[in-house]
Design a protein around this ligand. Structure first.
Ligand SMILES: [Zn+2]
Length: 311
């Protein structure tokens, strides 16, 4: 066993050191279209779990010595015309889902420390559960809490629902999708091209909350572009990158991790490069990966909100 562990460490080091990085041709980004964001629009990050790993495990060429703090968040978005969650975080049933569904070899890779599930945080704060949940994608750590919100409609592109229902561990845990009470609401991006993306879905018709297709990590991966009344703009990009350094360098995920989790590695890489081009063209844009605590921490966590309070 010790020999095996040593061998895997040596193999991982070899891959880390010698696996070639793909070419980084950053496409020219487009300016973001204007948004008429209402005063009451705001969001809060609900931290439902965490983990600590090394930067080298989350981004190619990352440091073997610098720790990377991983967060599992659900994003509560409140718009005067509606409220929803973007991703659900780790739910009340995550331990059972993980223990029974995750292959033994993958458990150390995806180990987590559970925080308070979103449903409990909302209940403790006297905040009603939102009627809709959008998923950046349906991997286990984003879909874990779906059954905690039985009244909510689950909005995903049709391709993502199909992927979820046929998905296998370690990326998907079928036990999360077995309940007949899940209220799927497949949608399509039937809005116009947006800032270089071929289609979009403007949720409230004012340009403040726009969903964009980010296929690669999964077939139906979805990004959320949020524009606040004070002019700040945030792009929640799910697991297209795990860490902001993926955009800064730019670099894909560590190759071994990417082989395990990215459905289409080349499409994921192109999506990363497009994000970098978009940020270069829109310097105020803040890109928010789903798991990068170094990006989440400065924004604060629920019950703290980002954005104006309704007058
Ligand atoms: Zn994830």
């Amino acid at each position: 066993m010790r020999k095996l562990t040593l061998l895997s460490v040596v193999a991982a080091l070899g891959v880390w050191r010698f696996w070639p990085l793909p070419d980084a041709v950053i496409p020219q980004g487009e300016p973001l279209p204007a948004a008429q964001a209402p005063d009451g629009l705001r969001f809060a990050l609900l931290k439902t779990g965490s983990a600590t790993t090394l930067e080298a495990m989350v981004v190619a060429g990352g440091s073997l010595f610098r720790p990377a703090a991983v967060g599992h968040v659900a994003v509560l978005v409140e718009h005067p015309a509606g409220r929803f969650l973007f991703d659900s975080g780790l739910g009340t049933g995550v331990d059972a889902q993980f223990d029974s569904g995750m292959p033994i070899w993958a458990k150390p890779i995806f180990a987590y420390q559970q925080g308070q599930p979103a449903v409990q945080q909302l209940r403790d704060a006297g905040v009603a559960a939102p009627p809709r949940i959008f998923l950046s994608h349906a991997h286990w750590d984003h879909a874990s809490a779906l059954t905690d919100f039985p009244q909510a409609e689950i909005w995903v592109p049709a391709a993502e629902r199909e992927t979820a229902l046929h998905g296998q561990p370690p990326a998907f845990l079928p036990s999360q999708f077995g309940s007949p009470t899940l209220r799927w609401h497949p949608f399509s991006f039937d809005g116009p091209a947006y800032a270089g993306y071929p289609a979009s879905l403007d949720l409230f018709g004012d340009g403040s909350v726009v969903l964009l297709p980010l296929p690669g990590h999964t077939a139906g991966s979805t990004g959320l572009l949020l524009s606040l009344a004070d002019g700040r703009r945030f792009f929640f990009v799910g697991d297209t990158v795990w860490n902001h350094r993926g955009i800064d360098r730019p670099a894909p995920k560590f190759s071994v991790s990417s082989l395990i989790v990215d459905a289409d590695r080349d499409a994921t890489w192109q999506a990363v490069l497009q994000l970098r081009g978009l940020r270069d063209a829109n310097p105020g844009l803040q890109i928010v990966p789903a798991h990068d605590s170094s990006v989440h921490d400065p924004l604060g966590y629920f019950p703290q909100f980002v954005g104006a309070v309704a007058r």
